[in-house]
Design a protein around this ligand. Structure first.
Ligand code: SAH
Length: 270
């Protein structure tokens, strides 16, 4: 009945009933919720999620899975199955239809985890929170704090805009086909207030990316090409950090201080 799972679409279906129920419970769905599920696949998680909310949109890119989903959920009037690439779905339209922020849920295709995080952040005005199953290492990178080996520009990007948290781990054996790595179930809450304006945000991400580009270099070396020595000197004085600090020792707060310094000096008259 089913076609062979497609690797290129990240098709690893979650088959463990206990884990599926645990995920559904952790999403805390209430009857007034508007849910968007990314990649329903054969509908295992969907069949649990669909029970509660006012409306659920299931966005599946693989046309070969659509008929199966339509047949399985023919009776569920609150579910809309859409054959589309999630990255092309306008969440704004869904938000405006219901005048309510969305809960984004999914066992997401591993090959597009990063683009989905970017999509989530770009659409943050229309999203309340997100619940994703991702590769364990990806979850660790999202949630890593300063000092960790996996702390990097992705951690800074995600944690600037949101609070990502690992809720529980999921063994690779709960999926078919069995992937090469374990997974984590994560929750991402969008922050309501951000410390920087749009121009400064751009600078902040330029700085974090450049800092982590060569992790083994000191911050000073990595940044000296595009931040002047006097700003860097001021930064080390103000932050109290050693001048040989490496990027992974920088808290997000420190990157914010540095960004503000760069921005303020730019507008100063010489
Ligand atoms: N939720 C199901 C399937 C997870 S596998 C389960 O837990 O068993 C990932 C699913 O995402 C697959 O069904 C795959 O076809 C779908 N998918 C892959 N890329 C997608 C994209 N860009 N947009 C929407 N769905 C996508």
């Amino acid at each position: 009945m089913y076609k062979k799972p497609k690797k290129r679409l990240g098709q690893n279906f979650l088959i463990d009933k206990n884990v599926l129920q645990k995920i559904c419970n952790a999403c805390n769905i209430v009857s007034s919720d508007i849910v968007v599920e990314i990649g329903p696949g054969r509908g295992e998680l969907t069949s649990l999620l669909v029970q509660i909310p006012k409306k659920i949109y299931a966005i599946e890119k693989d046309l070969d899975l659509i008929q199966g989903l339509k047949d399985r959920f023919a009776e569920n009037n609150n579910l809309e199955i859409i054959n589309q690439d999630i990255l092309k779905v306008e969440l704004k339209d869904i938000y405006q239809t219901h005048k309510k922020k969305i809960k984004l849920i999914g066992n997401i295709p591993y090959n597009i985890s990063s683009p989905i995080i970017e999509y989530l952040i770009n659409n943050r005005d229309f999203i309340d929170n997100a619940f994703f199953t991702v590769q364990k290492e990806f979850a660790q990178r999202l949630t890593a704090s300063s000092g960790s080996k996996l702390y990097g520009s992705l951690s800074c990007f995600a944690q600037y805009y949101s609070n990502p948290k690992i809720i529980f781990g999921i063994s690779r054996n709960c999926f078919r086909p069995v992937p090469k790595v374990d997974s984590s179930f994560i929750r991402i809450d969008i922050k309501n207030e951000l410390p920087l304006d749009k121009t400064s945000e751009k600078k902040f991400f330029e700085i974090t990316r450049a800092s982590f580009n060569q992790r083994r270099k000191t911050l000073r070396n990595s940044l000296s090409k595009f931040i002047s020595q006097d700003i860097l000197d001021d930064f080390f004085k103000i932050s109290g950090l050693d001048i040989n600090t490496r990027p992974e020792k920088m808290l997000i707060k420190d990157f914010l201080t540095l960004t503000k310094l760069v921005i303020s000096k730019r507008y100063q008259k010489k």
